[in-house]
Design a protein around this ligand. Structure first.
Ligand code: COI
Length: 354
């Protein structure tokens, strides 16, 4: 792929790796390319990270044809840079774009663009344990028009941000508010896509939860507010009577790449994994009876995040004495072990950036 490069004379100073937080700092460059119906994807460039100027009538600003992805680049002890299953992000974005009637970025082009910009910004992949370079590919409608129709032109961008933990709690358990008023997704909607609109609609519940002292919300199904779906920024898994329960991928839940990897690992360790609908009442009852042994979220940003407390309709249930459970810890250690090249990658999940 031919990519033009606009070189900067002065590069930014790198932030202190001990205080990266999440998504606060951005690297020197970004990858951009444009799509039009006649030319397809063209104008592939690595340019200085900076503002994108838009006409006020640009369609994304009105009808929100926007999708994004999230993946990370990890630095190994011997200085190699690894990506984790980037082709899965490419495939998910194709599915998101289909649902939003947006042009697709072919898998190979997506992965190539990610590799190119990460290779260019290798020095920005942090070194400290638990840190990584968060990769945010996104795409939006650029056609200038105010009528509602699928846009005829798009921009695809990849920006990079050196990050630490997503949650202020770090890798310690988070408190989760079970949301029974607002809904995130219903079948036939966009719940399975990674589009900005899904997150816009979810912020009100996150705000409500945070005011009550909870980190995130656990969403219930949009029809009966009864079945457990996912947490705002991660898929959710629960261990009841030594078996794993997680919502199925059937239209309303994000098909998480960390979720998929955890299911594969858990099955290889002999766990029965139920990818099926289960109710919040089932979970709360299991918690009351001491059978809800562990709960955790899985996501690129959140990694494996233990859930220490559930709050539902006035009832508080603490899980595993608000401690990280042994299965949660083993998943965290195995997954990050593979991602940082410390453990053998039996599944062929990592891709080196050279
Ligand atoms: C991710 O885990 O990569 C996400 O996109 C979740 C969140 C930061 C929106």
């Amino acid at each position: 792929m031919k990519v033009t490069f606009e070189k900067l004379e002065i590069l930014k100073e790198k932030p202190d790796e001990k205080n990266l937080g999440f998504g606060k700092y951005f690297t020197d460059y970004m990858f951009v390319m444009d799509y039009t119906e006649d030319k397809g994807w063209h104008n592939k460039k690595i340019i200085p990270f900076g503002p994108i100027s838009l006409n006020p009538a640009t369609m994304v600003l009105h009808y929100a044809q926007e999708t994004f992805e999230g993946l990370k680049a990890y630095r190994t002890e011997d200085g190699r840079i690894l990506l984790f299953r980037p082709e899965m992000n490419a495939r998910r974005m194709i599915k998101s774009n289909e649902r939003l009637c947006m042009a697709a970025v072919p898998e190979e082009l997506f992965v190539d663009a990610v590799k190119r910009i990460v290779a260019c910004e290798k020095d920005w992949v942090p070194h400290l344990e638990g840190t990584s370079l968060y990769i945010r590919p996104f795409m939006f409608a650029t056609e200038v028009a105010v009528g509602v129709h699928p846009a005829k032109s798009y921009k695809f961008v990849v920006i990079l941000s050196p990050v630490g933990n997503y949650y202020p709690e770090g890798v310690n358990p988070v408190k989760i508010y079970v949301e029974d008023e607002y809904v995130r997704a219903t079948k036939g909607g966009t719940g399975f896509t990674k589009c900005g609109g899904n997150y816009a609609a979810s912020i009100i519940a996150q705000e409500k939860a945070q005011k009550l002292g909870y980190t995130q919300v656990l969403w219930l199904d949009g029809v009966e507010r009864k079945y457990v779906e996912e947490v705002g920024t991660m898929n959710a898994m629960f261990i009841v009577d030594n078996e794993i329960y997680t919502a199925p991928i059937d239209g309303t839940v994000l098909p998480g790449i960390t979720r998929d990897s955890c299911i594969e690992l858990l099955k290889s360790w002999g766990y029965k994994v139920h990818e099926e609908h289960f109710t919040i009442d089932f979970l709360m009852e299991a918690a009351r009876e001491g059978r809800l042994q562990e709960a955790f979220g899985t996501g690129t940003a959140a990694v494996i995040s233990p859930i220490g407390e559930l709050f539902y309709k006035g009832e508080k249930q603490v899980i595993n004495n608000f401690k990280t459970g042994s299965v949660t810890q083993k998943l965290y250690d195995t997954l990050t072990g593979i991602q940082y090249g410390k453990l053998e990658d039996k599944y062929g999940w990592t891709v080196e950036v050279v």
